[in-house]
Write a protein that binds this ligand. Structure first.
Ligand code: FMN
Length: 208
């Protein structure tokens, strides 16, 4: 792919076949990784892609906790469902996709000059909680694709004890949503076997 300094997308654009395969059609939820460590720079680069994905009212509630230390890794593995532990433990990097239940505190960045933004969310914790969760799950998709775009493989895990992990590892007012095992792809993966089917457009898309 060519490197560009575009300030706006080109008028016509098609993702090249290699990128389509790497981001979507050939990318799997990895069960194994090679031994290369994942440094913080590549995570920052992935963040700098994923952060541009749209969220409701630009709320951007997703946060990432990188469980880099032995203690942090142990806290995540302890919280994981027993069936998920062995695979997650093999990931060179474990991350937690979290929601910030006080995303509105960043109003000067996400809603500059927007009168009442902070006040409205402060006054309505129920609406805030709903948006924090849904926006984080939306952002999870961007994060997975962004990590793939940086050459990484990922397996998400929803099977873990959120209450335990919130208590042991999460910063104040952040809540754990999904765990990620992250690393560089291992040749020969796939430990989950044959890829399961996908709903095709004939079933999943209705033109009315
Ligand atoms: C939100 C979410 C939660 C998931 N939770 C688990 C899990 O707890 N354990 C697991 O082994 N895989 C988990 N997965 C992985 C899915 O099973 C996998 O992405 C799906 O079967 C598609 O596999 P493929 O990408 O290899 O085609 C999860 C995926 C997502 C997106």
């Amino acid at each position: 792919m060519t490197t560009t300094n575009l300030s706006a997308p080109p008028a016509t654009f098609t993702l090249d076949p290699v990128a389509r395969a790497a981001l979507f059609t050939e990318a799997r939820s990895a069960t194994a990784f090679d031994h290369r460590p994942v440094d913080g720079d590549v995570i920052t680069r992935a963040w700098d892609l994923a952060k541009w994905g749209p969220t409701s009212n630009n709320t951007q509630p997703l946060r990432l906790v990188i469980a880099r230390s032995e203690e942090a890794r142990a806290a995540v593995l302890d919280a994981a469902m027993p069936g998920n532990r062995p695979r997650l433990a093999q990931a060179p990097l474990i991350a937690v996709v979290a929601r910030d239940d006080r995303f509105h505190d960043h109003h000067e960045i996400v809603a500059p000059g927007m009168a009442g933004f902070h006040e409205r969310f402060e006054a309505n914790p129920q609406m805030r909680a709903g948006l924090a969760h849904s926006g984080t799950m939306l952002g999870l998709g961007y994060v997975i694709v962004a990590l793939r775009a940086e050459g990484l493989a990922v397996r998400p895990y929803g099977g873990f004890d959120r209450t335990a992990l919130d208590a042991s590892l999460m910063p104040a007012h952040w809540g754990a949503e999904v765990l990620l095992g992250v690393g560089y792809p291992a040749p020969g993966d796939h430990g989950a076997g044959e890829r399961r089917g996908r709903i095709d457009a004939a079933t999943g898309v209705r033109e009315l």
